[in-house]
Design a protein around this ligand. Structure first.
Ligand SMILES: NC(=O)c1ccc[n+]([C@@H]2O[C@H](COP(=O)([O-])OP(=O)(O)OC[C@H]3O[C@@H](n4cnc5c(N)ncnc54)[C@H](OP(=O)(O)O)[C@@H]3O)[C@@H](O)[C@H]2O)c1
Length: 348
C-alpha cells in the first residue's frame, strides 16, 4: 500500500507492506485524515521528537476491516474515529504517529515501549490502530460527506478544552486564536453547546469575518498586541479558551486571563511556549480557575459526533480542501495555507 513515511527532515510517498493484525489491534481503511496546519513544523522537528522512520499522521476517520480476537468494542464495517491517544495511565501517554507525550512531556521507558509497539500513524491507505485509540461513530456509515468528518478530532480536542470549564450553555466564551483550526473548532463547539456569546479573537481579519458570519452570538476582537487593550476588547467573559499557535510572547494569553469575570476559567489548549506570570493575589481574590487540556476523551468524541450527526453542529460551514497521497510536500504546503475555518483532509 501507499503511505507517507516521515524521515529525519521530510515526508515521502512510499510503497510499504500492508499492516498485519496483532493483539489489541484494529485494521482500518483510512477514509479521511486531517492534515494539521503545522505538519511541516512537526516534520522539521520543531515540535518535539518523532520516532522516525514511521508512517506519519495522528488521527483519521476510518472503516474497520478486521479486528484482533481481543477487540470487542468495534467490528468490521464500523466507522470509527482514531484519536491517536494511547494512555497507559500515570501520565504515560503517546500520540501514535505524531509528536507529543503526555504527563511532563519528557517521556519514559514505558512511553518508549508504547511507541515501539504502536509506532505508525494514519497517513496511508490502511492503518493498524491500537484499540484504545478508536471510538465508534454510530450512523456515520450514511453521513453524506465522510471527508468532512476528518475535522472531528480537532472539534473533540476543542470540546474537551471547553468542557474543562463547563458548563458552557448560557455563558460568555472567548476563544483566543479563533482564527486557527483548533480555535475555529472551539467557536463551532461553543455555539453548538449553547454559549450565550462567543468572542472570536485573532489577527487574521478575513478569518474573523468568516467567524462573525456564523451568527449573531459571535463577536470578534482583532488582537492589537497590547495586553490591556486586548483584555478590554475580549471581555468580560466567563470562559476563555487559548488555542494559539507558537506566539512570540504570552501577551495574548494573559489578555485572555485579564478578560475573565470573577469565578471565570482560562483553559490552555494551544501551543504557546512561554511561562505565564499569574499574580497570586489576583487569582485568589477573583476566584479564577486555570486549567490545561490535552487531546480528547472518548465521552467527548461521542458527544461531538452526536452534535454533528444531529445537525446541531453544522460542518458545512467549514471549508474542506482535499488532497491525495501522491504529493506529500504539496499537501503539507496546502495545509499550512489552509486555516481559518478551513482544513485539508487527506483522502487516500
Ligand atoms: N492541547 C491539545 O490537545 C492540542 C491538540 C492539537 C493542537 N494543539 C496546539 O494548538 C495550536 C493551534 O493549532 P491549530 O491547528 O489551530 O493551528 P493553526 O490553524 O495554525 O492556528 C494557529 C493560531 O495561532 C495564531 N497565531 C500564530 N502565531 C501568532 C502570533 N505571532 N500572534 C498571535 N496569534 C498567532 C493564529 O492566528 P492568525 O491566523 O490570526 O494569524 C491562529 O489563530 C498548535 O500550536 C498545537 O500545538 C494542542
Amino acid at each position: 500500500m501507499q503511505a507517507w513515511i516521515a524521515n529525519e527532515q521530510d515526508v515521502r510517498l512510499s510503497e510499504v507492506p500492508e499492516p498485519t493484525l496483532k493483539g489489541g489491534g484494529v485494521l482500518v481503511e483510512v477514509l479521511a485524515a486531517h492534515v494539521p496546519a503545522y505538519t511541516n513544523a512537526v516534520v522539521r522537528g520543531n515540535r518535539g521528537g518523532l520516532p522516525v522512520p514511521l508512517v506519519l499522521g495522528p488521527s483519521c476517520v476510518g472503516r474497520v476491516l478486521a479486528v484482533a480476537p481481543d477487540v470487542f468494542h468495534v467490528e468490521p464495517g464500523d466507522i470509527v474515529l482514531d484519536t491517536a491517544l494511547l494512555d497507559a495511565g500515570g501520565g504515560d501517554e503517546v500520540l501514535v504517529g505524531w509528536v507529543g507525550l503526555g504527563g511532563s512531556g519528557a517521556g519514559s521507558a514505558r512511553t518508549d515501549r508504547m511507541r515501539a509497539v504502536w509506532r505508525d500513524g494514519v497517513f496511508a491507505e490502511k492503518a493498524l490502530c491500537a484499540k484504545e485509540t478508536l471510538v465508534k461513530l454510530p450512523g456515520a456509515e450514511t453521513y453524506p460527506d465522510p471527508a468532512r468528518l476528518a475535522f472531528l478530532p480537532w472539534l473533540c480536542i476543542a470540546a474537551t478544552g471547553l468542557h474543562a470549564a463547563a458548563p458552557v450553555a448560557g455563558r460568555d466564551v472567548a476563544v483566543v486564536g479563533a482564527t486557527g483550526q483548533l480555535g475555529g473548532a472551539a467557536v463551532l463547539t461553543a455555539l453548538a453547546e449553547g454559549a450565550a456569546t462567543v468572542t472570536a479573537v485573532g489577527r487574521n481579519e478575513e478569518a474573523l469575518a468568516r467567524l462573525a458570519a456564523l451568527g449573531p452570538r459571535v463577536r470578534t476582537h482583532r488582537l492589537t498586541g497590547d495586553r490591556a487593550d486586548d483584555a478590554a476588547g475580549i471581555g468580560p467573559v466567563d470562559i476563555a479558551v487559548d488555542t494559539l499557535g507558537a506566539t512570540p510572547s504570552a501577551a495574548a494569553t494573559m489578555a485572555a486571563y485579564d478578560s475573565l469575570r470573577v469565578r471565570g476559567t482560562l483553559v490552555l489548549v494551544g501551543g504557546v511556549r512561554h511561562d505565564l506570570t499569574v499574580p497570586y493575589g489576583d487569582l485568589m481574590h477573583r476566584r479564577l480557575t486555570l486549567r490545561g487540556s490535552w487531546m480528547s476523551d472518548d465521552r467527548t468524541v461521542t458527544t461531538v459526533w452526536q452534535l454533528v450527526r444531529s445537525g446541531a453542529l453544522d460542518l458545512s460551514v467549514v471549508e474542506l480542501v482535499t488532497a491525495g497521497l501522491d504529493d506529500p510536500a504539496a499537501a503539507l504546503g496546502l495545509a499550512e495555507r489552509t486555516t481559518g475555518l478551513g482544513f485539508v483532509a487527506l483522502v487516500p
